[in-house]
Write a protein that binds this ligand. Structure first.
Ligand SMILES: Nc1nc2c(ncn2[C@@H]2O[C@H](COP(=O)(O)OP(=O)(O)OP(=O)(O)O)[C@@H](O)[C@H]2O)c(=O)[nH]1
Ligand SMILES: [Mg+2]
Length: 425
C-alpha cells in the first residue's frame, strides 16, 4: 500500500517564563533585580529524508510537540532553548496548513520547513528595571508555541509519466521497462495508486510513474482523476499509452482525444509537456497494421510514435531510448522554480493592529495580536505587572482608543479572554 496522504498536528514548545529574582550578596542588604529570561520554545521542523518513500510512517492524526523553553533563573541565568523537533518526510512532500493558508513544498534531501515556531521566552525582572522602577517584582511569562493542523501529501517525483485510459497496458509497460511489479489484469482500474519504477542506463536513471487510468471527467475529479493528474504535474515527459485495438471495440482516436482533453482541462502545464505515443499490444495485430498505425499517428501528431508490445518486448528498447532522449538532464524546470520560491505563500494579518469595542455599560473588549500577546505575558493580578501593562497600552495608543469609545477609568476591559479592571494612573 502506497500512502500519499497524512494529517498531523504540530505544536511548537512554549517559551520559558522570565523570573523575578534579586541579587543576594553578603554585605549587600538588598541587591538589584537579576531575574533571567526564559528560553524560546523548540520549533517543529519537517525535514526531507531521502530514505523515505511515502507517508506510511505517520499514524492517523499523529501529534508532534516540541519541548518548552527553560525558565529563567536568578543571577541573570537565561533558560535554555531546546533543539527543534525534527519530523522526517519523503522528498516531494507538500505541506499545507489549510486554515492558516501556509504551504511548503519540500523537494530535495535535507530541505527543511519550520512549520510551528516555538513561543518566545518571557523577560526576567531585570529587564523591567528603570530609574523609577528599580526593583520590579514582576516578570513576563513565556508565550505558547504555534499550533497547527497540517495536511501532507506526496507529489511523486517522476521524470516521465505513463498516461492513458484504463486497461491500455500502462502497468504492463512499466513492468517490462523497469523492475517495478505493478499489478496487471484484464479489467479497468487495476492500478489504483501510482507506481514508480526506475529506468536504468549505464550513466543515467529515470523514474517512470505508472498513473492509474484516466477517464472522461478525470480533470473534474471523476475516478480520483484530480489526484492522479496532480501526480504527473512534475513530470518532464508524458508517454501516452494507447491501445492499438481495444477489446471493447472503442475507437483509438476517440480514446486518444479523451485522455488529451483531460490533461488539457486539468491545466498546470500538463498539456504543454512533451509527449511520446506508445501504441500498445502490437502483438495483437499483424505487423503491417502496426507499422501503418505508427505512420498514421506520427503524421497526425508530429511526435515520436512507437508500436510496443509488453508481451513480446517489441519496440521497448526504442521507447526507452526515446524517454532518455526527451527527458533533459539535471533538475526539472519546475523543481528549479519551486526550490527558489520560498515556501510561504500567505500569512494571515498579524502585528500591531487592534480593534476596540464596547461590549456593555462600562465594559470593553480589545482585540489584536500584539495586545493579546502583552496580556498573555503578564499576570494582571500582580499590581506592578498591571501597571506595566497599562504603560504599554498607553504607548500603543490603546488607552486613547478606549477613551474615544467612551471608556472611563475603572471600567472593565477584556483582552485575549482575560478580564481586568483598568484604572490607568
Ligand atoms: N497481448 C497483450 N496484452 C497486453 C499487453 N499489454 C497489456 N496487455 C493486457 O492488457 C490488460 C491490461 O493491462 P494493464 O497493464 O493492467 O493495463 P493498465 O493500463 O495498467 O490498466 P489500469 O491499471 O486498469 O489503468 C491485461 O490483461 C494485460 O495482460 C501486450 O503488450 N500484449
Ligand atoms: Mg495499471
Amino acid at each position: 500500500m502506497f500512502h500519499d496522504r497524512a494529517r498531523i498536528h504540530v505544536r511548537g514548545g512554549a517559551g520559558g517564563n522570565g523570573v523575578v529574582s534579586f541579587r543576594r550578596e553578603a554585605h549587600v542588604p538588598k541587591g538589584g533585580p537579576d531575574g533571567g529570561d526564559g528560553g524560546r520554545g523548540g520549533d517543529v521542523v519537517l525535514v526531507v529524508d531521502p530514505s523515505l518513500r511515502d507517508l506510511s510512517g505517520f499514524r492517523r492524526g499523529a501529534h508532534f510537540k516540541a519541548k518548552r523553553g527553560g525558565h529563567g533563573q536568578g543571577a541573570n541565568r537565561h533558560g535554555a532553548t531546546p533543539d527543534a523537533l525534527e519530523v522526517r518526510v519523503p522528498a516531494g512532500t507538500v505541506i499545507e496548513d489549510v486554515e492558516g493558508g501556509d504551504r511548503w513544498d519540500l523537494l530535495s534531501p535535507g530541505e527543511r520547513a519550520v512549520v510551528a515556531h516555538g513561543g518566545t521566552g518571557g523577560r526576567g525582572n531585570k529587564q523591567f528595571a528603570t530609574a523609577t522602577r528599580q526593583s520590579p517584582r514582576f516578570a513576563e511569562r513565556g508565550l505558547p508555541g504555534e499550533e497547527r493542523t497540517l495536511e501532507l501529501h506526496l507529489r511523486l517525483k517522476a521524470d516521465a509519466g505513463l498516461v492513458g485510459l484504463p486497461n491500455a497496458g500502462k502497468s504492463s509497460l512499466l513492468a517490462r521497462l523497469t523492475r517495478a511489479q505493478p499489478k496487471v489484469a484484464d479489467y479497468p482500474f487495476t492500478t489504483l495508486e501510482p507506481v514508480l519504477g526506475t529506468l536504468e542506463r549505464d550513466d543515467r536513471q529515470l523514474v517512470i510513474a505508472d498513473i492509474p487510468g484516466l477517464i472522461e471527467g478525470a480533470s473534474a475529479g471523476a475516478g480520483l482523476g484530480h489526484e492522479f493528474l496532480a501526480h504527473v504535474e512534475r513530470c518532464r515527459l508524458l508517454v501516452h499509452v494507447l491501445d492499438l485495438k481495444p477489446l471493447d471495440g472503442s475507437d483509438p482516436e476517440e480514446n486518444f482525444q479523451t485522455v488529451e482533453a483531460e490533461l488539457r482541462e486539468h491545466g498546470h502545464g500538463l498539456a504543454e509537456l512533451p509527449r511520446l505515443l506508445a501504441l500498445s499490444k502490437a502483438d495483437l495485430v499483424p505487423p503491417e497494421e502496426a507499422a501503418e498505425a505508427m505512420g498514421w499517428w506520427r503524421n497526425r501528431l508530429g511526435v515520436e510514435v512507437f508500436a510496443t508490445s509488453a508481451a513480446t518486448g517489441d519496440g521497448l528498447g526504442e521507447l526507452s531510448n526515446a524517454i532518455f532522449r526527451h527527458v533533459p538532464e539535471g533538475p526539472s524546470a519546475a523543481e528549479r522554480v519551486e526550490a527558489r520560491a520560498t515556501h510561504r505563500v500567505y500569512r494571515p494579518g498579524r502585528g500591531d493592529a487592534y480593534s476596540v469595542e464596547r461590549t456593555g455599560p462600562g465594559a470593553f473588549r480589545v482585540e489584536g495580536e500584539r495586545v493579546e500577546r502583552l496580556i498573555a505575558r503578564h499576570d494582571v493580578d500582580n499590581d506592578e505587572a498591571l501597571r506595566y501593562v497599562e504603560e504599554r497600552l498607553r504607548a500603543l495608543g490603546v488607552i486613547k482608543a478606549l477613551e474615544s469609545a467612551g471608556f472611563e477609568p475603572g471600567d472593565d476591559v477584556e483582552i485575549g479572554g482575560i478580564l481586568f479592571e483598568l484604572d490607568p494612573g
